[in-house]
Design a protein around this ligand. Structure first.
Ligand code: NDP
Ligand code: GDR
Length: 343
């Protein structure tokens, strides 16, 4: 019998890679999709005949109970969130609801469908749960690199909400004996990354500048340092965490630091342009409380899970620029054809 997985956030970057990975492993995959005519369904368009979609929203408890009841999963991957950090200062209550209380609602849905009883704790559930925790919880870092034992000091409402999600996951593990774990994942990118995040913002702008469609790229803090990896690698770690004998939280990253300036330089160099001719600093893009530097120590995951990253940062940036060059050129060709057809 093949295993069944329910993924929230299936229309996002990680959800699409995870769905592909689980299908390759022989899983039956269910994806929670919210909203009417969700435009981001196109991200999983090529998988649509292989997966089952179920309506639901992390803001709506009953919809999560129905989703778990309908899909009867062996594993739930809670990737759904408002993931763009700056938005968490503009809509802090909404971000807290989705990224914080949404985790509680998902755990409650599993508890209810599994029939776990508050009065008889440590019962356990057959359903294994993965929570998408984040390096943003480390925020103003207490030590470098960050490990599973580093204390949290989140710097945004996003980070604070993720920290709640992290601890409530641990609490359900301890209270109900659930196999519930958090992956503390550092930044991971790909050609499917949203265009608001800095690596994709850079790769898309570089492609457009190279093709003569744009002149300048506005950025905020070029000195920010991150540990960036490839999303396709990181979803393998999520899956591995749920295959362990014991539920354990892991830090996942590459252990290598780069600045936003490095990302810019690598991307412009790749197409033979000088970044200084195009990049403009826009102070409005600097965050109210910045996370200056993050770097993972993934030692425990390497040892226990046998996981390791396969794509290094410069290759990742070049992969993203190449993908955007192809994508932008294709869009331009379609636009020309549409224009031609209208004459
Ligand atoms: P994306 O922004 O690409 O995807 C987020 C997903 O969450 C989308 O599918 C979105 O659906 C869904 N979502 C948003 N609001 C709700 C809601 N109210 N109910 C249900 N689903 C909702 O993020 P990523 O794929 O990059 O990240 C996946 C998860 O991992 C997130 O939780 C993120 O915070 C976390 N994370 C990401 C890291 C990264 O570097 N990528 C690093 C560490 C953690 P819709 O299409 O409807 O908007
Ligand atoms: P981050 O990713 O906030 O780390 O969260 P993002 O790519 O948005 O920012 C990384 C760093 O780049 C600096 N920066 C800019 N960022 C953006 N978006 N746009 C700019 O113009 C710009 N200029 C400089 C930022 O200040 C920041 O320091 C991502 C998300 O995927 C989260 O959901 C996830 O939890 C964390 O990674 C780990």
């Amino acid at each position: 019998m093949s295993k069944r997985a329910l993924i929230t956030g299936i229309t996002g970057q990680d959800g699409s890679y995870l769905a592909e990975h689980l299908l390759e492993q022989g899983y039956q995959v269910w994806g929670l999709v919210r909203g009417q005519a969700n435009p981001r369904k196109s991200r999983i368009g090529r998988l649509i005949s292989d997966i089952s979609l179920v309506d639901g929203d992390l803001l709506d408890q009953a919809s999560l109970v129905s989703a778990v009841d309908l899909s009867r999963p062996d594993e739930v991957y809670n990737l759904g969130a408002i993931s763009f950090v700056p938005m968490s200062w503009q809509q802090s209550e909404l971000v807290t609801e989705v990224n914080g209380l949404g985790v509680l609602r998902m755990l409650e849905a599993i508890r209810m469908v599994s029939g776990l009883d508050r009065s008889r704790p440590v019962e356990g559930s057959g359903i294994r749960f993965y929570q998408a925790s984040s390096s943003e919880m480390f925020g103003m870092v207490a030590e470098t690199p960050q490990t599973e034992r580093t204390v949290f000091h989140p710097r945004s409402p996003y980070g604070v909400a993720k920290t709640y999600g992290h601890f409530i996951t641990r609490n359900y593990r301890e209270s109900f004996g659930m196999f519930a774990v958090s992956g503390m994942l550092f930044n991971h990118e790909s050609p499917r990354r949203g265009t608001e995040f800095v690596t994709r913002k850079i790769s898309l702008a570089v492609a457009r500048i190279k093709l003569g469609l744009q002149e300048r790229l506005f950025l905020g803090n070029l000195d920010a340092v991150r540990d960036w990896g490839y999303a396709g690698d990181y979803v393998r770690a999520m899956h591995l965490m749920l295959q362990q004998e014991e539920p354990v939280d892991y830090v996942i990253g590459t252990g290598v630091m780069h600045s936003v300036r490095d990302a810019v330089r690598i991307a412009f160099d790749h197409v033979g342009l000088h970044w200084q001719d195009h990049v403009v600093i826009d102070p409005s893009l600097v965050r109210p409380a910045e996370v200056e530097t993050l770097c993972a120590d993934p030692g425990r995951a390497l040892a226990d899970l046998g996981w390791k990253p396969t794509v290094e940062f410069a290759d990742l940036m070049r992969m993203m620029v190449d993908a955007d060059l192809r994508q932008v050129a294709l869009e331009e060709r379609f636009a020309d054809m549409a224009l031609g057809a209208s004459w």
